[in-house]
Design a binder for this molecule. Sequence first.
Ligand SMILES: [Zn+2]
Length: 344
Amino acid sequence: MPRNLFKLSAFAIALGFAAVAQAAPHGEVAAREMVHVATAFKGRMAGTAQEKAVADYLAGKFRAMGYQVVEQPFTSSFEYEKADKQKEKREVKSLNVIATKPGQDDKVVIVGAHFDSRTPKKDGDIGKIGGPGLEGLDDNASGVGMLLELADQLKSVKTKHTIKFVGFGAEELGLLGAKDYVARMTDTERSQLIAMVNMDSLITGDKMYFHAGKNTVAKDAKAGHARDRALAIAKKLGVAAGTNPGLNKEYPKGTGCCSDQEAFDEAGVPVLAVEATNWEIGDKDGYEQTTNKAIKDGMSWHRPDVDNVANLKRVFPNRVEERARDFSRVLTPLVIELAGGKVK
Ligand SMILES: [Zn+2]
């Protein structure tokens, strides 16, 4: 081999190795994984083989990035309503997936997203709400994709505090995975947990939002730190984002609702709820997601004919790629900062 060619190929090999350790451009992993999780694991209802399969997939991805991974099974229950309106308690066996990036002290930051899709909770829902045909691109393959994105972005970054990337099971049946996680924490572990960042439903909604927890900020305004920093970073980057404007008095300004972060907020852990929706329309409670008329009633939640890749990509061209990139640009430096690392 001529000397120059040898040098060239050695350089190419070195570049190749560098590329393995380096994070992909912002949003690349998230956009790909959101679509993959939605389509390859549709109907990932709590307690089913599909839910276990997506959990195993997530665990495998984390391991390949060099994280220590634990799959933590749990048994819980939910209330099911039969056609005659009778309610029955149903048992569900689900699991959480926990990937750890050890830090240098005992403080911990959790970044989480639920991987289950909606299970019908009454006979009347069957065939309409949730079920085996639901891809759940928005709710919540989008959060899972972003979880893998952040794990990729952070894999080679040194941080003072430990980061745990957690995929939660059975959120749709009442935050069961998050509740199990919180129940297992000792008082010491809870006091060492300085922030919990939760991502849920990032695509259909008109606007990107960052909220704090209702319970924790009511007691101490400092619990809104992660929200305030997320908004400041977004502003600096020119990424349009906001927080709940507080137009509905049940949902105080600057606080969010209705996903896994609530279990942590109730336990006194400062949280950041990351979502896309529109808090200025409908009942102003964040449930109506978009003014886009192609989405009936402005909501894609739990509807197999709406919350799927083909439909959302048709209604919102480039949305998946844009949201993946913009959330990554804001959340990557934010999580590094929360974990006491150096932001480049
Ligand atoms: Zn969700």
